[in-house]
Design a protein around this ligand. Structure first.
Ligand code: NI
Length: 179
């Protein structure tokens, strides 16, 4: 299975509401497999389809069991149907490299969605998994974690990101002069 290229902010696909998936067919199964592969390779604990340029409502997560074993969750058209508590913790995003910030999230969530066998699933989550669900479902709504921090901090981060992009472009320019 190929590892896909992860889209990086400010790519517009990351700021677009993703479409519902109407039919779970071979294409969707393949997409889910590619996403899992890409998430493990990154490595990350979650990935949403828009992060590989597909504007559809599909997420994969794996925060691993307490014993450190893989525990892949694939959810189609996921929704948070209950949320409670509030907890502030640091998070980052594969699409916003090198930035980590404290973000307030619900402490516990109940998530509903379809699995690849078209079965409806409800998953109760707390801790890291609850945070990961909220982060990934935000991606499906075109929301990034940097949209959930203060405007002041966001301004600082946006300047930092612009600088990183300029540095990357400058590095490429240098490369083009090597014969
Ligand atoms: Ni993310």
């Amino acid at each position: 299975m190929p590892v896909a290229k992860i889209r990086i902010y400010p790519d517009p696909v990351l700021q677009t509401r993703a479409a519902e998936i109407e039919k779970i067919d071979e294409r969707v199964v393949r997409l889910a497999a590619d996403m899992a592969e890409t998430m493990y390779a990154a490595p990350g604990v979650g990935l949403a389809a828009p992060q590989i340029g597909v504007s559809e409502r599909l997420i994969v997560l794996d925060v691993k069991t307490p014993e450190g074993e893989k525990e892949l969750i694939t959810l189609i058209n996921p929704e948070i149907i209950e949320a409670e508590g509030r907890i502030v913790e640091e998070e980052g995003c594969l699409s916003v490299p090198e930035i980590r910030e404290n973000v307030a999230r619900a402490e516990r969530v109940l998530v509903r969605g379809l699995d690849l066998d078209e079965q409806q699933r409800e998953i109760e989550a707390a801790g890291l998994l609850a945070r990961a669900f909220q982060h990934e479902i935000d991606h499906l709504d075109g929301i990034l974690f940097i949209d959930r921090i203060s405007r002041l901090k966001r301004g600082i981060i946006q300047r930092k990101i612009r600088k990183l992009i300029q540095e990357a472009q400058a590095a490429q320019d240098d490369g083009s002069r090597l014969f």
